[in-house]
Design a protein around this ligand. Structure first.
Ligand code: NAD
Length: 305
């Protein structure tokens, strides 16, 4: 599909061999973009590039390695002469458990993978975009960066850092016509969960139908989020339709973070009402008999005494 303002535009995506990144590679190519994407899963990356044809190129790029990220951006610039969107998306789930038990090495590694990688993408994408006086940098943050309880401590802290880095850099690059935004996906059915639980990428892929069922009731909208939901949001944020949107963290979560779920809230308020009525009734029963006395729950200050 074309007509979304991406015809001939040049897009670089990290972590493009699976999940949200793969869906984004497919979506941007379908919208007419020329895409250069990187990952560490080379077989998958090459197979995807082959399947999508000449508008798409894969290159090995470990986002924790500075020269790999620089190489990805250089590749796009040398081949196509410009850069319209850099989508810093690669990531993985972090080690869980108590803060007291979190190894320092794991903390550093997760910040390297989830935050330093986004900084590197920004660092190398900014100069050509500033020179063009146009472009959009996107990062994949998470609802875990907005609220506690949606990821491990280090994952949550890293994703919050991505959101704030997005705002800070948007303030700088906006003056040059370059926009900087990030996405906050909720529960999206990708291999990330099973891989974090120790499964191989193949096992994680095989488990996706079951994962979609497990995630279907996690948020008000009664289905699991899909990588395509996030890719669609990325396409909009990167495109001309969002040309006045910068420094924004776009939540794509089916309502996961809106607050307590309606059915649960209604049940809790009903239970609270029942408890208050029962308490008032028992106090009425215990009170000394007084003809005409108002029940305690209705008694207020006396008027005119
Ligand atoms: N799936 C969710 O529910 C969810 C929710 C919020 C945020 N996210 C974020 O979305 C992004 C994409 O995750 P996903 O769910 O699509 O998972 P995924 O595992 O399907 O995809 C992640 C990709 O990143 C690649 N990758 C990992 N380490 C890399 C490295 N060092 N260098 C280059 N590539 C690397 C993986 O090989 C993989 O292809 C991540 O940043 C993740 O934190 C996911």
């Amino acid at each position: 599909m074309t007509g979304l303002g991406f015809d001939g535009k040049v897009v670089v995506i990290t972590g493009g061999a699976s999940g949200i990144g793969e869906a984004s590679v497919r979506r941007f190519v379908a919208a007419g973009a020329r895409v250069v994407f990187g990952d560490v899963q080379d077989d998958r990356g090459r197979a995807l590039a082959r399947a999508l044809g000449p508008a798409c190129r894969y290159r090995h790029a470990d986002v924790t390695v500075e020269r790999d990220v620089a190489g990805l951006v250089d590749d796009a610039l040398q081949r196509h002469g410009r850069l319209d969107c850099l989508f810093a998306n690669a990531g993985a789930g972090g080690p869980g458990g108590s803060i007291a038990a979190l190894p320092v090495d794991s903390w550093d590694a997760m910040f390297g993978l989830l935050v330093r990688s986004v900084y590197l993408g920004m660092r190398f994408a900014a100069p050509p975009m500033v020179a063009q006086r146009s472009g959009c940098i996107l990062g994949t943050a998470s609802v875990a960066g907005l609220q506690a309880g949606f990821g491990s401590h280090v994952y949550s802290a890293a994703k919050a850092a991505v959101i704030q880095l997005t705002r800070s850099v948007a303030a700088e690059l906006g003056e040059h016509g370059v926009r900087v935004n990030c996405l906050c996906p909720g529960a999206i059915a990708t291999p990330i969960f099973a891989k974090a639980a120790g499964c191989s990428p193949e096992e994680a892929d095989a488990g996706l139908p079951a994962l979609r069922e497990l995630l279907a009731d996690q948020q008000p909208l009664p289905r699991a989020g899909t990588p395509e939901d996030v890719a669609e949001a990325a396409l909009w944020l990167a495109g001309d339709a969002a040309s006045f949107v910068t420094g924004h963290a776009l939540v794509v979560d089916g309502g996961l973070t809106v607050g307590r779920r309606w059915s649960e809230a209604r049940a809790r308020f009903a239970a609270l009402g029942d408890a208050l009525r029962a308490r008032a009734a028992s106090e009425r029963t215990d009170a000394p008999a007084a003809v005409g006395a108002a029940p305690p729950c209705l008694a207020g200050p006396s008027v005119g005494s």
